[in-house]
Write a protein that binds this ligand. Structure first.
Ligand SMILES: CC(C)(COP(=O)(O)OP(=O)(O)OC[C@H]1O[C@@H](n2cnc3c(N)ncnc32)[C@H](O)[C@@H]1OP(=O)(O)O)[C@@H](O)C(=O)NCCC(=O)NCCS
Length: 183
């Protein structure tokens, strides 16, 4: 795995770039304050802009200080609007693999942006970072995320029974695992 860090990626409609301190406002407005989005994320909904500023500071400080940091804000090429995030949430150095995580503001769902960004992430990780395998998983109550994985060519691996708790219901649910190999 090569440690080239978070480098700008351009797709047909999106620009994936490093998160900046000035992004906090839009991030709060578009996704971190939205319960619909955070229901399926590992972070809880942000109640105030200060929560997002803290989160952004943490992320910005990691660039250049933490090895193998791959963490992008996803923006619209047409307007520069930040619409979501995509990140290598786990790095498996010994296995030459990463796990991906992503989320987008609900105003931007259903337009193919999640799929477009994940495809770009996968290409970058295979071509530039030279990993062999990329993992992803979702709670079974969030099939839209699984659909995004399928549309990028990720393959279903397994269901881990009762591994996750749905934040909304407090009920234990299954974890659905996908991956894609370099070949
Ligand atoms: C899941 C998420 C990333 C999808 O992003 P997106 O930009 O809307 O994704 P796309 O538009 O590329 O594709 C969404 C697909 O899911 C499908 N979909 C939407 N709701 C669905 C549902 N309830 N069940 C099954 N499929 C669903 C859409 O129809 C579309 O598939 P299609 O193109 O075959 O019609 C976005 O909804 C999100 O950020 N959710 C909150 C955070 C989150 O869940 N993160 C992932 C945690 S694992």
């Amino acid at each position: 795995m090569i440690d080239i860090g978070t480098i700008k990626i351009e797709t047909e409609r999106l620009i994936l770039r490093r998160i900046e301190k000035d992004d906090a406002n839009k991030m709060f407005q578009n996704w971190t304050s939205r319960p619909k989005v955070s229901r399926y994320t590992r972070w809880n909904v942000h109640k105030t802009l200060a929560d997002t500023e803290k989160y952004v500071n943490y992320k910005v400080n990691r660039y250049g200080n933490v090895p193998y940091c791959y963490d992008w804000v996803v923006t619209l090429k047409s307007s520069g609007e930040p619409i979501g995030e995509i990140e290598a949430i786990e790095i498996f150095l010994m296995d030459n693999a990463v796990e991906v995580g992503y989320c987008y503001g609900d105003d931007f769902w259903g337009k193919g942006y999640g799929t477009e960004a994940l495809k770009a992430f996968i290409s970058f990780m295979f071509d530039k970072v030279c990993v062999d395998k990329i993992f992803a998983d979702h709670i079974s109550t969030n099939p839209a995320s699984g659909r995004v994985m399928q549309k990028t060519g990720m393959k279903f691996d397994a269901v881990l029974k009762g591994y996750l708790i749905d934040k909304n219901t407090g009920k234990r649910e299954d974890k659905v695992c996908y991956s894609i190999d370099r070949e």
